[in-house]
Design a protein. Structure first.
Length: 300
């Protein structure tokens, strides 16, 4: 299933050097992880289901992640659930094919045994795959708690200049790094491509090739306000958790995506390092976790 967040946004993505360094540190300490990809019947984990999972157990050797084992499963849908025609066209998976596969509850043991509590990684997994997997386990009374989650889409936004690519879909970024795929929108094929991208990102961290910009405007902040929703109203609805920044005498739209831990801004002119520090100062917080926990409106 195409993940909408991969499309090129009208906002510029940004996260601080502190945040980038923190990801690099966590990734450097990680010796084993599960890189995975899902195909689903839609985009909302409450309404839609997983139909394919491709997962690769990666182990770090000589500073690179190499494959140790793999898991691939197709998952049968309950008869009461529809299988959209557009999903069949996108993935090449048919209802007839799925009807020969085990149901969701029959696959859980294999998935749990393979994933254990290892860190996970994927492409846009924090906004898509992780949510689907958590909801899948929740339906069967299981709480899934991985050690950590690394989103390679966010890493790509750290290192690939937005003006250099048409969008941030997996195939576009893979092509940017010269990675070829057998085909896309197949869980295991996408997982294989993403595993190669992960090692590209490791090289980018080591070489410090960050696609960054440094604005110098420091406008006064008028208000900091949280807004969110659970994303349960309909099939296309999605969870949203944002902290909006209203500026005095400046109409630039800026918000912090709490789920992904990144900023989005309409302008490259704002000094975002300063703006983040100023927001933390106004709210009296000293860590990103404390900032992410803000659930109010603060007038300055």
């Amino acid at each position: 299933m195409e993940k909408a967040e991969n499309r090129q946004p009208s906002f510029f993505y940004w996260r601080s050097q502190r945040a980038v360094d923190e990801v690099q540190k966590r990734l450097a300490e990680c010796q084993n992880l599960i890189l995975y990809d899902l195909e689903t019947t839609g985009t909302n984990p409450l309404y839609h289901r997983i139909i394919e999972i491709g997962a690769i157990w990666l182990k770090k050797k000589d500073g690179k992640f190499v494959e140790e084992d793999r898991l691939h499963r197709y998952i049968r849908l309950p008869e009461c659930l529809e299988f959209p025609e557009e999903i069949e066209k996108l993935t090449g998976i048919s209802r007839e094919q799925l009807d020969k596969e085990p149901y969701e509850e029959e696959c859980l043991e294999d998935i749990l045994f393979f994933f254990e509590d290892l860190p996970v990684s994927g492409y846009n997994n924090m906004r898509f795959d992780d949510l689907f997997l958590k909801q899948c386990f929740y339906r069967h009374g299981i709480e899934w708690c991985c050690q950590d989650s690394f989103d390679i889409l966010l890493m790509a936004r750290d290192f690939v200049p937005s003006e250099s690519v048409e969008n941030f879909k997996l195939e576009t970024i893979a092509d940017y790094f010269g990675i070829e795929a057998e085909h896309y929108h197949s869980a295991f094929s996408d997982a294989e491509v993403t595993a190669k991208l992960l090692n590209c990102m490791m090289t980018c961290y080591q070489e410090g090739k960050r696609a960054d910009y440094h604005g110098n405007l420091r406008p006064d902040i008028e208000r900091i306000a949280y807004w969110g929703k659970e994303g349960q109203e309909n099939e296309t609805d999605k969870p949203v958790k944002r902290i909006y920044i209203a500026l005095k005498e400046n109409q630039t739209k800026i918000f912090y995506d709490v789920i992904n831990g990144v900023w989005y801004t309409e302008s490259r002119d704002i000094d975002m390092e300063w703006l983040e520090e100023r927001c933390w100062e106004i709210l009296g917080v000293s860590t990103e976790k404390e900032f992410q926990a803000f659930r109010a409106t603060k007038k300055v």
